[in-house]
Ligand binder design. Structure first.
Ligand code: SAH
Ligand code: SF4
Ligand code: F3S
Length: 438
């Protein structure tokens, strides 16, 4: 068979880190099986893919305005595909609204990419589809960092969240497949791996081949054995499943990066109940305290939703109280956005006025900025170990500390991929500056 003509793929990725990994899989599959290479120039591409997010209303609106623009400017005959979570939940409605779209591929069906690009009008959005054991083509882009999916779907029923409806039930990827992937990436030069799932610390409860259950702590231990991997990160863990065994492994395993995402959502026990998060304000504070006691240098990041339906001023003050007690290193803040197929839609009558929601959001942002400055300035004078990963146009090299703080130093590409001690000399609210010490 003659080699297929090389074609160009333009791909835009919205949403979370799982979507980034899905896009890497799409790129690798199309490269291996269909001879596509990526381009950043949409107008010159043969295939345009948007890998979408549905978690809030905004990215969905963005999708339709963008594909309209793409359709106007694209090369004649170039195809347009909509993939990911919005593809899952809107399905063929996407084609009704935008008839020029060639195919729609749901977030749980990514392994079908090489087939759907050939089928005009294909809509593959089965949320029971199981590609947890599909061996994706190897992505060649991994440098010092890599990300590996450890599960598909989500078994939780957080009442505000559309993800279980777009990604389906949770199925863990077999442990040996994950370890093999990490080994391959390590051979390609990766020193850091991020394990990804919607709820990573419920890993190992269900596999598609019905094999014996395992758990996330065991997976962490196995991944730590991979030669060449110096740092392990993961997201997102669920605060409910942060048992002592997990926290102790986090604390004592030297390969685990000492930065942890603990998505609070709300500090009010009654709102947490309405969200079906399964934990209380006290449990969350108890877990953060245990982590801080065992790992004083830990950085803790979080997600917060303000103005969930029925959130009173008192409930909101509980959130502010937790923020004041924990002093998060990073907060991803969101104003509640009603989503299709979620239980919270039934609370429509309790929805909070938009101006109150916006004011609460601003209050969280401003308080967090104060904490961020305080925490970042406290690093000045410390010596930290940094994995350098990119060269900046101004001659600086950027990397991350073990607890995942960005650091800039003056230096050259010799630092790339190295883990080096740095003395911190200056700070801003979001990054540190330092000097390499030998
Ligand atoms: N599985 C991850 C979250 C995935 S969604 C976890 O549980 O941490 C990422 C974040 O989006 C959530 O943590 C939540 O803070 C936010 N989010 C989800 N649904 C939302 C909605 N309807 N409105 C506003 N924010 C939402
Ligand atoms: Fe959504 Fe909750 Fe699952 Fe996270 S754990 S993806 S917030 S349902
Ligand atoms: Fe968005 Fe889907 Fe991720 S809704 S946040 S892309 S799981």
């Amino acid at each position: 068979m003659s080699k297929q003509e090389e074609k160009k793929l333009f791909i835009e990725t919205l949403g979370c880190q799982m979507n980034d990994t899905d896009s890497q899989h799409i790129i690798a599959e199309l490269k291996e099986h269909k001879n596509y290479t990526t381009t950043t120039n949409m107008e010159d591409s043969d295939l345009i893919i948007i890998n979408t997010c549905s978690v809030r209303e905004k990215p969905v609106q963005k999708l339709f305005s963008e594909i309209g623009q793409f359709n106007k400017k694209k090369k004649a005959n170039a195809k347009i595909g909509v993939c990911g979570c919005t593809a899952s939940h809107l399905g063929e409605d996407i084609m009704k609204r935008a008839p020029y779209v060639d195919f729609v591929l749901g977030a749980r069906n990514i392994s079908k990419i090489k087939d759907v690009i050939e089928k005009k009008g294909a809509v593959e959005i089965d949320i029971d589809y199981d590609d947890s054991t599909y061996q994706f083509a190897q992505s060649g882009t991994s440098l010092y960092k890599t990300s590996v999916n450890i599960s598909i779907g989500c078994d939780k029923e957080c009442t505000y969240c559309i993800v279980p409806a777009t990604r389906g039930d949770e199925i863990s990827i077999p442990l040996e497949m994950i370890v093999q992937q990490v080994q391959k990436d390590a051979l390609n030069g990766a020193k850091e791996v991020t394990l990804l799932g919607q709820n990573v610390n419920s890993y190992g409860r269900r596999f598609s081949d019905g094999r014996e259950k395992t758990n996330f702590t065991k997976l962490l231990q196995e991944v730590s054995k991979v030669e060449g991997i110096e740092r392990i990160r993961f997201t997102s863990p669920h605060p409910l499943h942060m048992d002592d065994e997990f926290i102790e492994e986090f604390a004592k395993n030297p390969k685990i990066s000492k930065c942890i995402h603990m998505p609070l959502q709300s500090g009010s026990t009654s709102i947490l109940k309405a969200m079906k998060r399964g934990y209380t304000k006290e449990w969350f504070l108890n877990r953060t305290k245990k982590i801080r006691d065992l790992v004083p240098e830990v950085r803790i990041t979080t997600d917060i939703i303000v103005a969930f339906p029925g959130e009173t001023q008192e409930d909101f003050e509980d959130t502010i109280d937790v923020i004041n007690q924990v002093k998060f290193d990073q907060i991803f803040n969101f104003k509640y956005s009603p989503r299709p197929n979620t239980q919270a839609l039934a609370l429509e009558d309790l929805e909070i006025a938009d101006d109150i929601g916006s004011a609460r959001l601003t209050e969280v942002i401003e308080l967090h900025k104060l904490h961020q400055s305080e925490l970042m300035y406290s690093n000045i004078g410390k010596t930290v170990s940094v994995l350098f990963e990119s060269l900046k146009p101004n001659g600086e090299v950027s990397g991350f500390t073990d607890n995942y703080c960005q650091v800039f130093v003056k230096g050259s590409d010799e630092l790339l991929g190295e883990i080096v001690n740095v003395k911190i000399t200056d700070a801003t609210r979001t990054a540190l500056k330092g000097e390499v010490i030998n």
